[in-house]
Design a binder for this molecule. Structure first.
Ligand code: AMP
Ligand code: GLY
Length: 422
């Protein structure tokens, strides 16, 4: 079989490595892939957002199955375009990808169908937003409606900060048109859990839970990033919480999308907060999370391609999806200064052992050498029988990933360990 994976980050590297475990897979094309992915797939220089070229390429190559991993191409209708060419795909169509593409859509959906989430108000008029923020309780959370590279969320601890954030989004257009409409929501507290779930629009099969570490600095300080590391499973996500989430959140969301004529197939990501009032949805993503994928897929024991195909063909109910009961930890090595200003173009070296456990997020290949090309450069994952062992081993392996100005958080998994120790 010839497969195609759209995207070019650590998540896509993890997906490709897992897909390769199926002996029927002869060739995988990555569009555009990256310098590290080139070791596992044929990288093709087509941008992940160039929908018409992606569809042309797939048709010309006779691709048997396509995986669209990032949010942009999903929101732009990559799956619709590929299906129109007769190519079966993993991922939601454009009309379902809106669950991530518009926060207003997601909030209204949850409100309409009684899915637990933070209380909220929607504004497309800046004056009204400013007036509301002048009286709403603090802290309050300000979110741009559209996609904003994970940066369109601001937690304001004072009303003045809230009003500055609103002006930044609606007047200064810091996130372009994504900030034309905004959501102001209630600030929730509690442990956060990421749950990725396979769904064919009828059945939901959640994957093992995970915990992201979004802030740049140790102790969850500093700016929000795309994710500095992950552990799985998430110790806060007990069997009881899982059952509650299935009944109150996962199944109701799938049914709600069907009722809206927007059947969701692919991987639906639930960003949850376990509040005193029960689990609540912080956000939906219409795709695998990054770097959650880098801990979740190494624990998947079933064949990834077969499970993905079951979501496409509506046979997920009959398809076993097994996860190992072991633990995984992924430590991200980033360029110092990320997520703001950082230098790139430094030679990246890895020991053989580290390379075997590392997913490359931001490196390009030049004259046979890997050079750093992004903020997040690599994610190194270890799997072990206990969480402490997985963490220790991930850090040991990550030491083998080297480049100038490399930066890692030193406390990935610490909160999870504390939770386990009670
Ligand atoms: P998002 O980009 O939507 O994942 O939001 C980034 C982070 O902001 C989340 O991981 C949460 O830590 C935080 N956050 C978002 N919404 C809320 C909320 N209503 N209450 C508290 N924290 C929130
Ligand atoms: N790790 C969160 C995300 O993929 O958006």
């Amino acid at each position: 079989m010839k497969l195609m994976v759209v995207g070019g980050g650590g998540r896509e590297h993890a997906i490709i490595k897992k897909l390769k475990e199926n002996p029927a897979v002869e060739q995988i094309y990555a569009l555009p892939g990256n310098g590290g992915i080139a070791a596992d797939a044929v990288c093709v220089d087509i941008a992940a957002s160039d929908i018409s070229r992606i569809a042309d390429f797939a048709a010309e190559q006779g691709i048997d199955y396509a995986v669209v991993a990032p949010d942009d191409p999903l929101a732009l209708g990559a799956v619709d375009a590929l299906e129109a060419r007769g190519i079966p795909c993993f991922g939601p169509r454009k009309n379902a990808a809106i669950i991530e593409g518009s926060k207003v859509f997601a909030k209204n959906l949850m409100h309409k169908y009684g899915i637990p989430t933070a209380r909220y108000a929607v504004f497309d008029d800046m004056g009204e937003a400013l007036a509301y923020a002048g009286t709403a309780p603090v802290p309050m959370v300000i979110k741009a409606d559209g996609l904003a590279l994970g940066k369109g969320v601001l937690i304001a601890s004072t009303r003045q900060e809230a009003q500055e954030a609103i002006r930044g989004m609606m007047e200064e257009k810091k996130f372009g048109h994504s900030g034309d409409r905004i959501v102001i929501e209630e600030f929730l507290t509690g442990p956060e859990v990421s749950v990725l779930a396979f769904t064919d629009g009828k059945t939901v099969k959640p994957m093992v839970s995970s915990m992201d570490h979004k802030r740049a600095g140790d102790g969850d300080t500093g700016l929000n990033t795309g994710g500095m590391g992950t552990v799985a499973p998430n110790p806060y996500y007990t069997a009881e919480v899982a059952q509650q989430c299935m009944e109150q959140i996962f199944l109701p969301t799938i049914r709600a999308m069907n009722a809206e004529g927007r059947t969701f197939r692919g991987c639906l990501y639930f960003g949850l907060m376990l509040t005193e009032g029960g689990p609540k949805v912080i956000e939906y993503n219409c795709r695998f999370g990054d770097p959650e994928t880098q801990v979740v897929l190494p624990l998947l024991e079933s064949d990834l391609l077969t499970v993905m195909q079951a979501t496409t063909y509506g046979t997920l109910a009959e398809q076993p999806v097994h996860f190992s009961s072991r633990y995984a930890c992924c430590v991200v090595t980033a360029s110092r200064g990320y997520p703001q200003h950082y230098e790139k173009g430094f030679p990246l070296t890895m020991t053989q052992e580290a390379a075997a456990h590392t997913y490359i997020a931001g490196a390009k290949l030049e004259n046979g050498r890997l050079l750093t090309s992004g903020g997040r450069v690599a994610g190194t994952t270890a799997v072990a029988d206990t969480l402490p062992d997985a963490i220790r081993e991930a850090y040991r392996l990550a030491e083998g990933v080297q480049f100038e100005n490399a930066y890692r958080r030193s406390d990935i998994g610490r909160r999870a360990l504390q939770a386990l120790e009670g």
